[in-house]
Write a protein that binds this ligand. Structure first.
Ligand code: ADP
Ligand code: MG
Length: 385
């Protein structure tokens, strides 16, 4: 049994004095490329992580629900009637929110004891939120004896998205939950938000065979303007789409974008159309194992996010530049921006050098030490026996 799942099982026994009926786990993710285009109808290419969050649970004789998280160091207690938006707060909204969303979708969710333990760092841009949601959803499906077919996994995705949006109150486009539930082992998942439901396609990532790894660096900063700026970018992207006369900005043509008179419209739209092209390029390059081309696309994505979409910040730029100067094939910010994490494609034997270069660049500026995570591709959410 894998590490987090074993700990969840043992922790359940220690907390509740009996064995769990099911244990499930789900991966975090890093988005390799396709940033700020999901809500514009573009494609994204997230990778499921080897880091996982596990949920152990068992039915109770009454209608009480007891949620315990090792990472939150807290226990939430209530009845199944308390599982709803408004009543659930903080971390319990993510776990209890999934139970609520499943019940809303017609699942017979009984009283439960639940224990959460995981290895996906919280709030580092690696989607610990989707990992805990998807592990919860899969554990409930397992408890109720519902097989994890493709249609069932899609229902679970919808429940997890609903939990995060309506109960935790965090806007989510569904990328994180989709990759956690539908990715193929060792592969990235191309998710095309140009269709409803989004089309998905697995893209094998033979990183280890090529002597490569992904280095995720959590800058540790989150700038205060982030939420407001994020909303502003969405408005600006809508304005650019309207100026171009398209529903989805990602479907605009480069020529039409180049002809836009307003410079802000032109920049925002240029990011969208060039990022869509880069995702396609990376998918092709991964098939050809052309790692230099993958790295170049990551670097170009960062420049576009920095200069055209304007969602980067000095901490992200310095980490990206230092990575590339120290020999990374390419690096970029990943996630919403204004802080958060970078992802770099690095030869395995260069990892310590690249990590050190970023730390030195931060130290030289008097910034706090960033945290590194060496990432390998993992597998989707599953029941653990
Ligand atoms: P990210 O998904 O990038 O890690 P989010 O802010 O979207 O960051 O989600 C982090 C939140 O998800 C945490 O603050 C917590 O509420 C919840 N969460 C994630 N993992 C766990 C866990 N193992 N136990 C309890 N809550 C968790
Ligand atoms: Mg999240």
């Amino acid at each position: 049994m894998v590490v987090a799942a074993r700990r969840a099982q043992d922790g359940f026994v220690a907390t509740f004095g009996r064995r769990p009926e099911v244990v499930a786990d789900a991966p975090g993710r890093v988005n390799l490329i396709g940033e700020h285009v999901d809500y514009l109808g573009g494609p994204v290419l997230p990778v499921p992580l080897h880091l996982r969050t596990a949920v152990a649970l068992a039915r109770r004789d009454d209608d009480r629900v007891v949620l315990r998280s090792v990472q939150a160091e807290q226990t939430w207690q209530g009845t199944s009637r308390d599982l709803r938006p408004g009543t659930l707060q903080g971390w319990a909204a993510y776990v209890g929110g999934v139970l609520w969303a499943l019940a809303e979708d017609g699942w017979e969710v009984p009283g439960l004891d639940v224990l959460v333990d995981g290895d996906v760092p919280l709030g580092a841009g690696l989607s610990s939120s989707a990992a805990v949601e998807c592990a919860t959803a899969v554990a409930v499906a397992g408890l109720l004896g519902v097989g994890l077919t493709d249609p069932v996994r899609r229902r679970l995705i919808a429940a997890c998205v609903r939990a995060e949006r309506d109960v935790a109150g965090a806007p989510t486009g569904g990328m994180d939950q989709t990759v956690a539930l539908l990715a193929a082992p060792g592969s990235a998942l191309l998710i095309d938000f140009g269709t409803d439901p989004p089309r998905t396609q697995e893209v094998p990532l033979a990183l280890a065979d090529a002597g490569l790894a992904l280095l995720v660096t959590d800058t540790g900063v989150r700038h205060r303007l982030a939420d407001g700026a994020y909303a502003a970018r969405r408005r600006e992207a809508e304005a650019a789409a309207a100026a171009l006369g398209v529903d989805l900005l990602a479907s605009a043509t480069p020529d039409a974008v180049a002809a836009l008179a307003d410079p802000i419209n032109r920049r925002r739209a240029r990011h969208a159309v060039t990022e869509v092209a880069r995702v396609r390029d990376v998918v092709a390059a991964l098939r050809d194992r052309d790692w230099v081309a993958v790295g170049d696309a990551l670097a170009a994505s960062h420049r576009s996010l920095r200069d055209d979409y304007q969602v980067s910040c000095p901490e992200l730029d310095v980490a990206v530049d230092a990575s590339q100067e120290a020999g990374a094939l390419g690096a970029r910010m990943t996630g919403g921006g204004f802080g958060g994490s970078t992802v770099a494609l690095v030869a395995t034997d260069r990892l310590p050098v690249v990590a050190r270069a970023i730390e030195d660049a931060y130290a030289a500026r008097g910034w706090g030490t960033p945290r590194h995570h060496r990432i390998g591709p993992g597998s989707p959410a599953r029941l653990v026996d």
